[in-house]
Design a binder for this molecule. Structure first.
Ligand code: FAD
Length: 231
């Protein structure tokens, strides 16, 4: 059984100290005759910086937010969830290997809340995980390498990774995966990643939102009704 009540564990492990100033310098450099280093060392107040950044981002000048790279330590998420996350091609990943890390005894797994809430189905689910674990151990005990024995492991198997991405990709990730159309686990995970960063950089809160909040409308086929649907 997995730790921490079945929820992802997310920690921000790396980010630049001067995030706002770096983005501001990138934005301002585009429109200024001054050297970037003078802009960086200027005493422009936060309100002025935020106003320019908003204008530049709103006009789609996204290279200015690619200078910021952040890294997260992530654990207690299912392989189903990490498989969705690794579809984001501008992210970098280092994931716990099912080839090099042999499971010893019951492997950790995630239980979706819909199953968690149903005691009868939850019990069947847990029994099935035990069965899989038994088969996995039977294989590895018989000398089957972990890289082959893992073929019997389910999407539910828990995984860990370090994931890094720049601010442009994080905003894109948030826009897609905080949408109620995204699956619950990746939505929870991305929500926690955003929350971790916003704790340290509150000015990012307005960008790390589902896409409908930035667009002002919903462009999904099946809308949750939170925003008017695009006509
Ligand atoms: C609600 C939801 C349901 C989904 N359902 C499915 C599904 O049923 N089946 C499935 O296979 N996937 C599904 N996906 C995954 C989806 O198709 C994308 O693979 C995933 O969301 C990554 O998005 P992306 O390509 O925009 O982002 P990233 O890979 O993070 O790329 C960011 C942006 O970079 C640009 N870019 C990146 N690579 C290229 C490229 N090669 N060419 C041109 N531009 C590029 C694009 O503008 C892209 O939006 C789903 C995603 C969501 C959010």
């Amino acid at each position: 059984m997995t730790e921490n009540n079945n929820k992802p564990v997310v920690n921000l492990i790396s980010k630049p100290e001067n995030m706002l100033k770096t983005v501001y310098t990138a934005c301002r450099t585009c429109y200024s005759a001054d050297y970037p280093i003078n802009i960086y060392n200027s005493t422009d107040d936060e309100e002025k910086m935020l106003k320019l950044i908003e204008r530049v981002i709103s006009s789609g000048h996204y290279s200015t937010i690619e200078h910021i790279q952040v890294s997260f330590a992530i654990s207690n998420v299912s392989r189903a969830c990490t498989h969705q996350l690794v579809r984001h091609r501008h992210m970098s990943f280092s994931q716990k290997s099912q080839r090099y890390v042999k499971e010893k005894g019951q492997f950790d797994y995630i239980i979706p809340p819909t199953i968690e809430r149903n005691p009868e189905l939850k019990s069947k689910y847990e029994d099935f995980m035990k069965e899989i674990s038994k088969m996995y151990c039977e294989f590895t005990d018989a000398g089957i390498p972990a890289e082959d024995a893992r073929f019997v492991l389910p999407n539910a198997a828990a995984s860990s990774m370090v994931a890094s991405l720049n601010l442009r990709e994080l905003i894109h990730l948030a826009n897609l995966r905080l949408c109620t159309r995204a699956q619950y686990e990746i939505r929870t995970l991305v929500g926690m990643m955003c929350k971790e960063l916003v704790k340290e950089e509150p000015w990012l809160a307005k960008y790390l939102v589902p896409k409908c909040e930035r667009l002002g409308y919903c462009d999904e086929d099946k809308s949750c009704g939170r925003m008017p649907v695009k006509q």
